[in-house]
Structures are given as C-alpha cells and as structure tokens.
Design a protein around this ligand. Structure first.
Ligand SMILES: [Zn+2]
Length: 423
C-alpha cells in the first residue's frame, strides 16, 4: 500500500469506491442519452435551421444562437429531472461552498506565512487569487439564458462541453466570469461524495492556475516554487507543451488549404507563445493522426492543490498520534479512498502506443496523479497509515522551506504549520 498506493487503492476488492465510481459514470451515460432522446428536445432541434452537414441530434447542431438558447432551455428541463435533481444539486452546492471556503482559508494562511520583507507582490497576487475564487460560480445546468449564450459561443470556438465531464471555463472580453462546471461528476454525490468535494477544489485550482497568474519565479507568484517542483522528474515530471509539433500541424493545414483549422492552430500557437502554460483550444485530430504534447503543469498544480487543501482543512485530525483510530481518522481514510477511486484508470490494458498518446494529454497519467501527486503528500499518506516515510516539518515562513527529503515530495508538502491541537 505505501510503496504503490495506486495499485492497491484502485483494486476494487480493497476499495469499494472504485466500483461505485464506475457505476456513477455508467449511469451518467445512460441518463445523458435519455435526455438526448427526449422527443420534445429532438422535435425542437428538427424544426429549426441546422448547421450545414448536421443531423439534428443535439442542440449544438443548431445554426442560430436564439434557437440554441431555446433548445438548451428545453434540454435543461430534462437534465434537471434526471441528473441535476434538487438532492444532488444541494450536495454539490454544499461541497462547492465548502471547497471555496477551504481554499480561501488555505490561501489566507499561505499569505500570512510569506516573509514580511519583499513579499509585497506575492501578497497582492494571493489577494487577487482569493478575490477570483470568491467570484467563481458553480454551473449546474441551471436555466440561465446568459449561460446558454456563453455555451453557444464556446461551441463556436470548438469547445464541446458535453464531451467533458467536469471543467472550469471562462469568457473574456467585456465580462470576465469564472465557472466551475460540473456535469456527470454530480452523480458522485450519490455514492462517492468526497470525490465531488475534491473535484470542486481541483476545478477551483484552475481559476488561479498558471493560465492567468504568471508562474515564473520572479517573486510574484506565491506558488512559483511548487510549479518548479512539479516539473521535476523526482516529482510528477509535468511536461511542457511541444509548440514545434503544433507549428508542424499548422503548416500541414496550410498546405491542405484548410483555412479554418489553420486559424485555430495559429491562434493556439500565439496563446502558448504568450503564456507557455496556456491550454488553448486545439482542433480535433484527424483520423490516425498523433497529438502534440500539451503542457501538464496546470493540471498537476490543481491536483497538488486539492491534496494540499484536503490536508490543510483536516489538519492533524487525520493522523491520530499513537496509532489509535478516531472518527476523524476513519473519515479521512475513507475520503482518501474516494478521491483516489475516481482517478483510477478505467481503460486498462493499453498498448505502448496508446500510453504514449495519453502521456501527451494535459493531465499526467492517472497512476502518476495518484502516486506522485495525491499520495505523495505526507498528510494524505498518513491518513492511510503510511507514516514511516512522511516527514512533516512546520515552517514559520515560506523562505525557510526545508529541502526535499523524500523522493516525489519536493519541499512543498511541508509548507504549512497545521496548528490544530489534539484530535
Ligand atoms: Zn483539471
């Protein structure tokens, strides 16, 4: 368990949440299909003008934004009936608010630990992060015309929300709004609820990741050293975007005389040049084509942050002194089982070529996300009884960071004095 937590915690004989997470995913697919096939939704779609070449099976096939909004409103009625029930929405909202509050406490505590001298910029960036987290909304398929207009525009630039189970999104321009968008993950509310909380923290992490807050170590970003750590091969080895590969694809699209696809690549390359951590919208791959390496730092950061906030919000309560079990330590272990369960790789049996493709995704491999990020935290390890290799050193300020002393941990796991006495 302590050497390779992923292997043990993803075994459904050991961890009952692995099967529960798989059932929730399956149920979501069924319910989503049920909504898609609702006669009222299909009839509306087929009565309106369609995008050329579309069959009229989904609201996104519609040509006009007003039609789309109307279609989405009808669809939402059924989504609410089958998926976003009041019970599940209440659980999701509760976890979202808790995640928001825990993350704000964590950021506030970090800010207090910044060295008094010379940390003005890091303090001001942390304050901006807190303000953004406060302003973030939970998106639960609510009937909101403005949201659907936003959604339509997302389709227009090639973001297809329904293919992604959970993500944050953002529009820029005259308004700047951040959302945590929970789709199928809401079904975890029924049977793997702590995973939903973890997901909320992860998604909120993206609101303050390197996309908007420059990650370079120039004293501004309070997480600069953590970013650096996540790049290291003895940590999760978060890869950098392969911009040359995208340039190659751009040249290919130009030579094929595909101006729209070329334009998307051109815009993506410009975004990555402006910010190496950007995760721009990349056109869909053609059949048989290989993808380019995406930058993995933002995803690694969000995973790491979710483990940090989890440990911070529970504090020493998750690791009872003297080895005895407490209600808190049992609950904490159970939560770790849940947060790992939803990361377990569902596919299995992948070929080397498939693995190589997966390694290019913006997310590190699931086994690395579990073993090298979540389960690399001494606090989280402690919650499952792996104490021996966990060293927890409270520090008074972030400049006195002790050096990494255990592989995969970097120094960052020892940041915060969790001054919570007793149980
Ligand atoms: Zn993410």
């Amino acid at each position: 368990m302590c050497t390779n937590p992923e292997e043990v915690l993803c075994d459904s004989n050991v961890n009952p949440y692995v099967a529960k997470a798989a059932e929730a995913r399956e149920l979501f697919n069924q319910l989503e299909e049920k909504v898609r096939l609702e006669p009222e939704v299909l009839m509306y779609i087929r009565s309106r003008p369609l995008e050329s070449g579309q069959k009229g099976e989904d609201c996104s096939d519609l040509r006009n934004i007003d039609d789309y909004v109307q279609c989405a409103m009808i669809r939402t009625k059924y989504l609410k009936r089958y998926i976003y029930t009041p019970e599940r929405s209440a659980v999701a909202t509760k976890f979202f608010e808790q995640a928001q509050a825990d993350l704000i406490s964590y950021l506030t505590r970090r800010m207090e630990l910044l060295p008094a001298m010379g940390a003005k910029q890091a303090v001001s960036m942390t304050q901006k992060m807190i303000a953004k987290i406060k302003a973030t909304k939970l998106y639960l398929g609510q009937v909101d015309e403005q949201d659907h207009r936003f959604e339509f525009n997302a389709y227009q630039i090639g973001v297809i929300p329904s293919t992604q189970r959970t993500f944050w999104k953002r529009i820029t321009g005259s308004t700047l709004r951040d959302y945590v968008y929970i789709e199928g993950y809401i079904l975890f509310a029924d049977s793997v609820p702590q995973a939903l909380y973890q997901t909320m923290v992860h998604e909120l992490g993206h609101v303050i990741d390197g996309t908007d807050f420059p990650s370079s170590d120039d004293g501004r970003n309070p997480f600069a050293r953590d970013y650096e750590c996540l790049r290291r091969s003895d940590s999760v080895d978060a890869r950098r975007a392969d911009i040359a590969c995208y340039e190659e694809k751009l040249r290919l699209e130009e030579s094929r005389n595909e101006p729209y696809r070329a334009k998307l690549y051109r815009r993506a390359i410009a975004e990555m040049r402006a910010n190496p951590l950007a995760l721009p919208v990349i056109p869909d791959l053609r059949a048989g084509e290989q993808s380019c390496q995406m930058d993995q730092l933002n995803e690694a950061f969000s995973d790491w942050l979710s483990a940090e906030v989890f440990a911070f919000s529970r504090g020493n309560r998750m690791m009872p002194k003297g080895g005895g079990e407490t209600k808190n330590s049992i609950e904490s272990r159970d939560s770790v089982f849940q947060m790992v369960a939803i990361r377990c790789n569902k596919t299995g049996g992948s070929t080397a070529a498939e693995m190589a493709e997966k390694r290019k995704d913006s997310h590190p491999l699931s086994s690395d996300r579990i073993n090298k990020i979540i389960m690399a935290s001494p606090m989280v390890r402690g919650a499952i009884g792996c104490f021996a290799d966990s060293v927890y050193v409270p520090v008074r300020n972030l400049n006195q960071l002790p050096q990494a002393n255990t592989i995969g941990m970097c120094g960052m796991w020892q940041y915060l004095p969790l001054d919570i006495g007793g149980q």
